[in-house]
Design a protein around this ligand. Sequence first.
Ligand code: F6P
Length: 318
Amino acid sequence: MKKIGVLTSGGDAPGMNAAIRAVVKTAYHYDVDVMGIQCGFQGLIDGKIHRLISQEVEDIADRGGTILKTSRSIEFMEETGRKKALEVLKNFDINALVVIGGEGSLKGAEKLHDLGMKVIGIPSTIDNDLAYTDYSIGFDTTLNTVLECIGKIKDTDFSHDKTTIVEVMGRYCGDLALYSALAGGGEIISTPEQPLDLYTICSKLRSKMSSGKNDNLVIVTERMYDLQELQQYIEEKLDISVRTTVLGFIQRGGNPSAFDRVLASNMGVTAVELLINGYSGLAVGIKENKIIHKELENVNVEIADKQEKYRLLEKLLC
Ligand code: F6P
């Protein structure tokens, strides 16, 4: 193997740069050239490719976002788009590819593997919605950002005996809400895995208030509620004033945490070593503190068992 390509795809996540750095450094260690593909699969189709030299990635591990930029490519979802991408890889003499991204990106990686390209995936999404790996790159940083924001909201809530609804990201995965609450960030949480209806949210709030706690945070995962409706419902049922904060894209940016940088570095080195040893069609991950790999076609088959975490939460939020 003489030349590998690397791209980031889907939503950016803090730590992607540390993964790029690890891929580039490891490849050069083994005398393999690295081509950086700009703007994810769309940039691949469009031939936005240049040689990545080691100096370019020297000081990027601490930077949020992705120096390669990213996209969600509609064209790549079609077979014709993927065939174009394959042609471009051939034209650039790229024999193997590292794809850094979330669920959709790993699916894209699998499709390229099916077409005969050697591909390894690295999980990077703030949502942490890939069940085969305990953590994806970016989740820890985002969780810390959420906790920082929530901490600030709690200060003002406490001072005014106020209730705030906070909406966090996660797409269809409740990990950001779940882990925030585990870390002491909220009184009531509702996630896609354990959704609460409006009535239950109000009963829980009522019981908090009758025990003397009048500043309460309700953390909900995005896409679950019409927030205006939820706020109004609580206000009417409990006769209190409620505020709503949508944390939004503040959650995706920022310098990666030490955990994410180390994780990304581990995964980047492993991905290149797997390619060099002739493997393809795999995604690296971390399970019980060990770097593992799983077939790309199976990354979504497993359902993550979060029961133990929710069991803990019951004790903490009672
Ligand atoms: O997958 C990462 C994520 O930030 C989700 O949490 C969110 O639902 C989505 O991306 C937002 O996507 P976009 O950047 O395309 O608006």
